[in-house]
Design a protein around this ligand. Structure first.
Ligand code: PMP
Length: 409
């Protein structure tokens, strides 16, 4: 076996589909978010505006968060030194779990090293706790949820069409009425920016005796009066059985979690390999997350500013005639429709215009729906939006991107 040739072939495949990923090397400067310095492969640099950060609110630069992290490093050192069970639980971890439980109005919360791990570990563990469990999963659920759900046998998994409650109900009707059931879905879908009907989903869950699991990764910090997410905004938080979130996006730090009744959290804590067998988060990250969550609980004006900026960007891009996809959230996707143009536009924006937005290609989104996904923060100015709109307008003509029906302004 020529192992090297196999690796080269694998790379050639992604390259030939225009999906080979190149990471932009960014140097940040404290207090200047969303500006950064981009370093090319040859070592030369340019200043750029970052348009695709999931640090949606700029909390990763909030002095309140940074000071909390500095203090925790001084006090507790760098790493946690172990798994949660073996010396890796500090009072910062405990405090953060209390803070998260309070945020979501739940009895308990459990920290994981990332949002990815929290989904994968929690969902896969539910099959151990609920024998015969059937999971009903929205077809656009994130890879981390799918990965956890795939721990079940084929007959334990049902996929419903995206946000299609009629289809979900049909699948619920067809399932064994005696089997334990879980509906797994997201609130804000990160690539289209659409939002689930939480109320309708809960009504179906109640009717058919199912539990509910919601991923609020792209909503926590940003929706609801205290930043607990769309379920809080819609007054449905108490009705959801398990809420999952990240500390790595709007909270600006890193880590993932679930919040639920004590008995649910305790059982997942006791069975989830992805929780048990890994070193816990550094204490300083936990301290930064506590500071960030508290800050956003009390600063609703950040959320108001964020929504205003997102609306302003959508309006500005539509005015430029660009095919803004119909998002109802802070996410602003612009459809390109093929991977080659998507990458080309992204490359030219970076090289010629000092605008950084990563192309979003298959498998992150379906083929033919390749797009640029803009994430405006409260720190993105009107001037930055004008620059972006003008550059895109010119590039759409220069690259001869076809206007795709339906989304054009
Ligand atoms: N869920 C969704 C919907 C996501 O988009 C992501 C990350 N992009 C995750 C979970 C994983 O979260 P994290 O980045 O904290 O691992």
């Amino acid at each position: 076996m020529d192992y090297r040739a196999a690796f080269r072939n694998a790379l050639d495949r992604v390259r030939s589909e225009g999906r080979y990923r190149v990471f932009a090397d960014l140097k940040r400067h404290r207090g200047e978010f969303p500006r950064a310095t981009w370093t090319r492969g040859d070592g030369s640099t340019s200043d750029v505006t970052v348009w695709c950060s999931n640090d949606y609110l700029g909390q990763g630069q909030n002095p309140v968060v940074l000071d909390a992290m500095h203090r925790a490093i001084e006090e507790a050192g760098a790493g946690s030194g172990g798994t949660r069970n073996i010396s890796g639980t500090t009072h910062y971890h405990v405090e953060l779990e209390h803070e998260l439980a309070d945020l979501h109005g739940k009895e308990s919360a459990l920290l994981f090293t990332s949002g990815y791990v929290s989904n994968e570990a929690s969902l896969s563990t539910l099959y151990k706790i609920l024998p015969g469990l059937i999971v009903f999963s929205d077809e656009l659920n994130h890879n981390s949820m799918i990965s956890g759900i795939r721990a079940g046998k084929r007959e334990q998994r049902r996929v419903f069409r995206h946000n299609d409650l009629e289809h979900l109900e049909q699948l619920l009707i067809e399932a064994d009425p005696e089997a334990p059931k879980l509906i797994a879905f997201e609130s804000v879908y990160s690539m289209d920016g659409d939002i689930a009907d939480i109320r309708g989903t809960i009504a179906l869950a109640k009717k058919y005796g199912a539990m509910t699991y919601i991923d609020e990764v792209h909503a926590v910090g940003m929706y609801g009066p205290r930043g607990a997410g769309v379920a809080e905004r819609d007054g449905m938080m108490a009705e959801i059985d398990i809420i999952e979130g990240t500390l790595g996006k709007a909270f600006g730090v890193m880590g993932g979690y679930i919040a639920a009744d004590r008995v649910i959290v305790d059982a997942i804590r006791s069975y989830a390999d992805g929780f048990i067998f890994t070193t816990s988060l550094p204490p300083a990250l936990a301290a930064g997350a506590v500071a960030s969550i508290r800050y956003l609980k009390e600063h609703n004006e950040v959320r108001v500013a964020h929504q205003e900026r997102a609306a302003a960007l959508k309006a500005r891009l539509k005015r430029a005639g660009l095919p803004v996809m119909p998002s109802v959230s802070h996410i602003v996707p612009v459809l390109v429709g093929d991977p080659v143009h998507c990458k080309m536009i992204s490359d030219i924006l970076l090289e010629d215009h000092g605008i950084y937005v990563q192309p979003i290609n298959y498998p992150t989104v379906p083929r033919g729906t390749e797009r640029l996904r803009f994430t405006p923060s409260p720190a993105h100015t009107d001037g930055m939006m004008d620059e972006l709109a003008e550059a895109l307008e010119a590039l759409w003509v220069r690259c001869n991107v076809k206007r795709i029906g339906g989304y054009a302004a």
